[in-house]
Design a protein around this ligand. Structure first.
Ligand code: GDD
Ligand code: MG
Length: 346
C-alpha cells in the first residue's frame, strides 16, 4: 500500500501565512502540518509516501527530507505547473503500482486509515472516497450515496440553485483509496481535477465506487486562517486525540509568568515576568516582554512581543514585531515580518 499526498496548491485562502510557508508545512501546535498526515498513514502501516508538490517544493523537501526521522519513506514529485488534483495523481503514475491512499494535503484528521482500507477491500471497490458530515456543504464536494454506500453523484462546490435539491450534508473528506485502474481514466500531460473530471468519469463508467463515512474521528480542512486557528482551539480543548503534543522544548520562562497547561511553547523562547499566556501556541525563539497577554492565539517563530501588548484570538506570522501596548484583536492574521508600532490596534 502506498500513499500520495496532494500538496501542490498555492494555499491562496491561507494567505498571508502561506506567502513564505507553503500550506503543507504551516506549523500546527509547533509541528509542520504534514507530520500529522504522515503519522496517521504510518499507524496504518503505510510508509511509502509520495508528496505531490508544485508551490515552494524545496521548502517542503528541505524540512521533511527522506522521511527516516518519522519512520516513513518519502519521495517527492514536482509538477512543472499545477496539473490539478487528478492531473497530479496521473503525473505520479510511474510511482504508482498498487492500491494507493490519496490525501488532500490540508486535512487534519486522526482517521484510522486501516479501517478505510478494510472497507475498500470488503466492497471490492476500485475507488473509495471518505465522507464527513458538515453544517454547510456548499464549500465542499457533495456526495450522494445509496444505502449500500455506492456513490451516486459527486457535485463539487454546488451553486446555490444546485443546493436546493440536495438533501445530504456528507461531503468529500479528501481521502481516497484508488486502484491503479483509475489512472486509465485520466489523460496524461493535461490538467485534470478529481472533483470535476475523475469522480464523474468513475460514475459514468459504472466502476465500483464506494463511500466510507468518517463518523467518530476528527476532521478539518485547514484551508483558511479561521480554520487554522480553530484547529489549535480544538487541540487546546482536547478534541483531537491520538497526537502527542511536544511540551519538552527548553525555554527561559520567568517564574512569575503564567503559562497555562493547554499552551505549547517552542524551543529558545524568552518569556518575561508578568506575562500571561493562555490557550496559545508559541513558536521557537519568540521573545515576550513584561506583562504582555496572549490568549487563544498562534505566534510563529522569532516574533517579538513588547511589554503590555495584547494578542487575542489572532495568528501572528514569523519574525514580527509587536510594539508596546499594541492590541492584536479577534481574527487578525499578521503576515511574516509585520511590524506594529507602540499602541497600534489591529
Ligand atoms: N500537486 C498538486 N497539484 N496538488 C494540488 C493541486 C495541483 O494542481 N491543486 C490542488 N492541490 C492540492 C492542494 O494543495 C490541497 O492539499 C488539495 O489538493 C485540495 O485542494 P484545495 O484547494 O484545498 O481544495 P478545497 O479544499 O477547495 O476542496 C477539496 O477539499 C475538500 C475537503 O477539504 C475538494 O476535494 C472538495 O471536494 C473537498 O470537499
Ligand atoms: Mg482544502
Amino acid at each position: 500500500m502506498q500513499a500520495l499526498i496532494l500538496a501542490g496548491g498555492k494555499g491562496t485562502r491561507l494567505r498571508p501565512l502561506t506567502v513564505y510557508t507553503p500550506k503543507p508545512i504551516v506549523p500546527v501546535m509547533n509541528r509542520p502540518f504534514l507530520l500529522y498526515q504522515i503519522e496517521v498513514l504510518a499507524r496504518a502501516g503505510v510508509t511509502d509516501i509520495v508528496l505531490s508538490l508544485s508551490y515552494q517544493p524545496d521548502k517542503i523537501e528541505d524540512l521533511l527530507g527522506d522521511g527516516s526521522d518519522f519512520g516513513v519513506k518519502l519521495r517527492y514529485l514536482t509538477e512543472p505547473a499545477p496539473m490539478g488534483t487528478g492531473g497530479a495523481y496521473r503525473f505520479a503514475a510511474d510511482e504508482i503500482r498498487e492500491t494507493t491512499i490519496v490525501l488532500n494535503g490540508d486535512i487534519l484528521t486522526d482517521l484510522d486509515v486501516s479501517g478505510l482500507i478494510e472497507f475498500h477491500r470488503s466492497k471490492g471497490a476500485e475507488a473509495t472516497i471518505s465522507l464527513v458530515p458538515v453544517e454547510d456543504p456548499s464549500a465542499y464536494g457533495l456526495v450522494e450515496t445509496d444505502p449500500d454506500g455506492r456513490v451516486l453523484r459527486f457535485l463539487e462546490k454546488p451553486k446555490p440553485e444546485q443546493l436546493a435539491d440536495i438533501t445530504v450534508n456528507t461531503v468529500n473528506a479528501g481521502i481516497y483509496v484508488l486502484e491503479p485502474s483509475i489512472l486509465d481514466l485520466i489523460p496524461s500531460g493535461e490538467s485534470c481535477s478529481f472533483e470535476y473530471d475523475v469522480f464523474p468519469a468513475i460514475r459514468a463508467k459504472e466502476k465500483p465506487f464506494f463511500a466510507f463515512i468518517i463518523a467518530d474521528n476528527y476532521w478539518r480542512d485547514l484551508g483558511n486562517p479561521k480554520s487554522y486557528l480553530e484547529a489549535h482551539h480544538d487541540f487546546f480543548d482536547g478534541k483531537i486525540k491520538g497526537f502527542e503534543v511536544d511540551r519538552s522544548a527548553a525555554s527561559d520562562i520567568a517564574t512569575v509568568a503564567q503559562v497555562d497547561k493547554a499552551s505549547v511553547i517552542g524551543a529558545g523562547c524568552v518569556i518575561k515576568p508578568g506575562v500571561r499566556i493562555t490557550r496559545s501556541a508559541i513558536g521557537p525563539g519568540v521573545h515576550i516582554e513584561e506583562k504582555a497577554v496572549i490568549e487563544n492565539s498562534v505566534i510563529w517563530g522569532h516574533t517579538r512581543v513588547s511589554s503590555a501588548a495584547e494578542i487575542q484570538n489572532a495568528v501572528v506570522g514569523k519574525s514580527c514585531h509587536i510594539g508596546r501596548n499594541a492590541v492584536v484583536g479577534d481574527g487578525s492574521v499578521l503576515g511574516d515580518k509585520t511590524s506594529l508600532s507602540d499602541y497600534t490596534k489591529v
